[in-house]
Design a protein around this ligand. Structure first.
Ligand code: ADP
Ligand code: MG
Length: 682
């Protein structure tokens, strides 16, 4: 970054120590921070015809007051003033919040210019400005900044204007000329001044487009440079894999692989054979058969003489994986061991020693796997299942175990493409986009809680046919007493209801590991026909005879989570059902229930979820791995994100980028980001 732009804001004339301090409140320290403090919205003072204004758009209108203003007070400081205004034959309501003092200016018959937000359904403008008479301004689009303390949008505008005048020449354009001409993007100087002082809506749009692209391009260049450096720095091992051995292993499986499974196995094995270290994401919808893919890859690694580890987020899932892997591996004389919180003392010590000595080649575990005292002899492959449940840090620790093991992250949370390429831009991605043959589509229904009786009858009918059912109660935090009680209550009620007919099991996070195991075991053996549970069964659990999934208070779960829960059924040959018991109050809530009943496709769901909730919520704020973009919005600007990614990939791969004069500034920028030593990426 240019020295000049990195000076303290006090270098801008008119900004003294006092102002500088206030600017710090907005995280503005340098000249550059100041000119890149973008408006968060624009006021549009151009007078418009209401017929042309869309719902929720900002608008300026001129009209005549039709009614005396009425004011309602809510407590001391809050109030709402409203009156009727006739705008070009259209009668609208204008409301102002907490500006009762405007009252004196509003009398019947007066002409006013009102600026605000238009609510088409209620024919209401929520005002932000009021001027007497007809006031159409020269500069019609005015930026509004987030401010704090004594700073106002007006003073900020003045400082930014001054900074732009003084330092215009210091603004460095990081986008290579060729790209800029190709996409017809304005220069950065241009773009910045237009963003702060837009001459017209069109030029503002172009300016924004440029800055969005720049933000995405720089981010993607960082990702791609990191990826390249990481591949080159870390000499992964070249696995010597005998194709014939893998083939005969696959032949012994109880079912033929789907084409998609075959394809991803080939991709992964090819990657493991390469001298680079694998860093790969395996996406596949619930039930698409990721476990077997993991098993094949682990087999390949073990046959090549290395150890393999599978890390999962819950104890139940670990147990289950151990069981199904044992069935596959024990006939081949490969031992599978469990390492989780419940394995303690001497038993744990024995396993640790075996791991360190290399006597044990396949271990499955929870986060207990990444504890410090766990050492491997020659770890070749690490797989994490349901990777979205692990934090970024846990993933890193695991990756650092052993000498550069290959890593495969498996997830059933279909990450919308837009997020996958941004948050996981440093990974390769394999996708299983096909379900094993013969699966029936799960029928999903949304029922109001007052239909519970009918739902219980329905469960009964299915159980009569020999099937089993899950009943899920919400639990937000595993430690929250209240929600555990919830499951306990429902368990009691169902026990009462089906007394003498069916056995009802109870599962929640508070049970001891051995208790959980017993409960799961009883359910998978059909000793209990109904399992009341919290979301601890959300991921991975596999009981193919279960055909009914009832979810209480379904509106409290995210779509991705509901889809995961639904994925617990539909695992066998029988028709399965998912019933959402919910009474959502909000429109979004209703919409979400509807989406669930409309699609079984996890990718479609996740795209819709993203639209409804935004990317932060999708993963939980911390895990998204996305930086805070200053101006870009990954949801709305996703096309630009894709374009930027493709451009970044091309640039990083070209020799020109690393050698030619033309890219020097950009290259320096990438170097400054510290990604080239392959250490950090954030
Ligand atoms: P997920 O991708 O959700 O982890 P699993 O690996 O648990 O899915 O597989 C779901 C079920 O499908 C399991 O019972 C598994 O044995 C079965 N399965 C996996 N692959 C196939 C296949 N190619 N043909 C038939 N059944 C399969
Ligand atoms: Mg799974």
């Amino acid at each position: 970054m240019n020295e000049m732009m990195n000076q303290s804001v006090t270098a801008v004339s008119g900004i003294g120590e006092e102002t500088a301090k206030q600017l710090q409140g907005l995280k503005i320290y340098t000249v550059n921070d100041l000119i890149e403090h973008f408006p968060y919205r624009y006021e549009d003072y151009k007078v418009k015809d209401l017929h042309e204004v869309k719902h929720e758009e900002r608008v300026t209108v001129i009209g005549k007051v039709q009614s005396e203003p009425s004011i309602r007070y809510f407590g001391k400081k809050k109030n709402r003033l409203s009156f009727r205004l006739l705008v070009n034959q259209i009668l609208v309501t204008v409301t102002f919040f907490n500006r009762a003092f405007l009252k004196s200016q509003i009398t019947v018959g007066t002409e006013l210019t009102i600026t605000g937000k238009w609510d088409q359904h209620r024919m209401t403008i929520t005002g932000s400005e009021l001027k007497k008479g007809q006031e159409e301004r020269d500069q019609t689009i005015v930026p509004i900044y987030s401010v704090s303390g004594k700073l106002t949008t007006k003073s900020l505008r003045k400082y930014i204007y001054q900074a732009l005048t003084q330092y215009r020449e210091g603004i460095v354009d990081l986008i290579p000329d060729q790209i800029r001409t190709n996409y017809k993007l304005p220069s950065k100087k241009e773009a910045l001044s237009r963003l702060h002082f837009p001459p017209s809506p069109e030029s503002l749009k172009h300016a924004r487009r440029r800055m969005v692209y720049e933000e995405f391009l720089l981010f993607q260049l960082k990702m791609q440079a990191f990826r390249k450096a990481n591949r080159e720095r870390t000499n992964g091992r070249v696995l010597n894999i005998q194709e014939a051995e893998i083939e005969s292993f696959i032949k012994k499986l109880p079912f033929p692989l789907t084409n998609a499974q075959r394809r991803v196995v080939t991709e992964i094995i090819k990657d493991m054979e390469s001298p680079y270290r694998m860093n790969r994401l395996l996406q596949g919808d619930v039930g698409s058969g990721k476990t077997i893919v993991a098993a094949i890859c682990m087999y390949a690694v073990i046959k090549a003489g290395y150890q393999a580890a599978l890390m999962v987020p819950t104890e139940i899932l670990a147990e289950q994986h151990v069981q199904s892997l044992k069935a596959i591996f024990e006939p081949l004389d490969i031992t599978v061991e469990l390492l989780s919180g419940s394995v303690k003392g001497k038993k744990r010590q024995e396993k640790l020693t075996a791991l360190e000595m290399g006597e044990l080649s396949l271990v499955v575990g929870t986060h207990a796997l990444i504890q410090e005292d766990v050492r491997f002899c020659n770890l070749g492959l690490v797989i994490t299942d349901e990777q979205h449940r692990f934090g970024v840090e846990q993933r890193r620790v695991l990756r650092d175990k052993g000498e550069n093991p290959d890593v495969l992250f498996m997830t059933a949370t279909p990450i919308p493409r837009t997020l996958a390429i941004s948050a996981f831009g440093d990974m390769d991605v394999s996708i299983i986009d096909e379900m094993p043959a013969g699966r029936k589509v799960i029928e999903t229904y949304w029922a109001k809680p007052d239909m519970l009786e009918r739902v219980l009858d329905f469960i009964d009918k299915e159980l009569q046919k020999g099937r089993q059912a899950y009943v899920i109660c919400p639990l937000i935090e595993e430690s929250e007493k209240l929600d555990v009680q919830n499951a306990i209550d429902v368990h009691m009620i169902l026990n009462q209801h089906y007394k003498g007919e069916w056995k009802v099991g109870l599962m929640h996070g508070r049970l001891h590991a051995t208790e959980k195991e017993a409960v799961m075991d009883a359910f998978s053996k059909n000793e209990t026909q109904i399992l009341v549970s919290t979301t601890v069964v959300e991921v991975g659990v596999n009981v193919p005879n279960a055909t009914v999934m009832v979810i209480y208070d379904a509106e409290r779960f995210g779509l991705a989570q509901l889809h995961q829960l639904r994925g617990r059924v539909g695992r066998g040959q029988e028709q399965s059902y998912c019933i959402l018991l919910a009474d959502p109050k909000s429109e979004v809530g209703k919409e979400r229930m509807k989406i669930m009943t409309e699609t079984n496709d996890g990718f479609v769901l996740s795209e819709r979820d993203l639209e409804l909730r935004g990317p932060g919520d999708f993963f939980g704020a911390k895990q998204s791995g996305l930086p805070d973009f200053k101006i870009a919005d990954v949801v709305h600007d996703y096309r630009a994100l894709e374009v930027a990614r493709q451009d970044a990939v091309k640039l990083i791969q070209s020799t020109d980028f690393w050698e030619s004069q033309e890219y020097e500034t950009l290259r320096n920028y990438i170097e400054e980001q510290g990604v080239l030593n392959g250490e950090k990426i954030d």
